[in-house]
Design a protein around this ligand. Structure first.
Ligand SMILES: [Cu+2]
Length: 201
């Protein structure tokens, strides 16, 4: 009987200690490269250092993106709502790094954020050089294909097309990348569970 109780305790302890993050953890943990030279949608200089002590949920995209980025942002809005409901407000930050230095000026980011109600998110832009450094450091593929015509039924519409990696990078309170969620269809509950675990570390 005592033996059973002991092994039960051990199993419980082990399962607690070995919570497995649910995203892609290959190559992580890894120190998150510092982000230099980018500015926020409020026109302020940004650094990851400013967010030390918070879990950072970072994604990459552009405000004129017709489909992928709006989808990712809608999922992240759900993540935000769940985290806030669980009392996590202020303990994490959602950051969106632009892949479009040409159009995503501070003003355009501000406008986009306001129009879509992403009030708690930080949108980042910067010079092409500064952004390119961040894309490279975080392994984000970016290819500007210019304006392309797309058919919507009988209508032909013009879209600014930038091919880019769709993913979310999760950085812990100490500034280490811990995992990534790849693709545009994000598992909201898994992200919430992981972020809450990292907040409690
Ligand atoms: Cu996009």
């Amino acid at each position: 009987m005592r033996k059973i109780a002991l092994s039960l305790t051990l199993v419980l302890l082990l399962s607690f200690l070995s919570y497995a993050l649910q995203g892609s953890t290959k190559g992580f943990p890894k120190k998150a490269p510092e982000i230099k030279g980018l500015i926020t949608d409020e026109g302020k200089p940004f650094s990851l250092e400013q967010l030390k002590g918070k879990v950072v949920i970072m994604t990459y995209g552009y405000t004129q993106c017709p489909h992928v980025c709006p989808t990712i942002l809608a999922y992240l809005e759900q993540v935000k709502e769940k985290l806030d409901k669980d009392g996590m407000k202020g303990k994490y930050k959602i950051v969106f790094v632009s892949v479009d230095p040409q159009h995503d000026t501070v003003q355009n980011l501000q406008k986009y954020k306001k129009e879509h109600g992403f009030n708690d998110f930080i949108f980042l832009t910067g010079s092409k050089e500064a952004l390119q450094k961040v894309w490279k450091d975080y392994h984000v593929y970016v290819k500007d294909k210019g304006v392309m015509e797309m058919k919507h039924g009988d209508m032909v519409m013009k879209h600014r097309m930038i091919d880019h990696t769709a993913k979310v990078t999760i950085i812990d309170k100490k500034g280490n990348i811990r995992e990534e969620f790849l693709g545009m269809y994000l598992p909201v509950d898994k992200i919430v569970q992981d972020v809450e675990t990292l907040i409690k570390e």
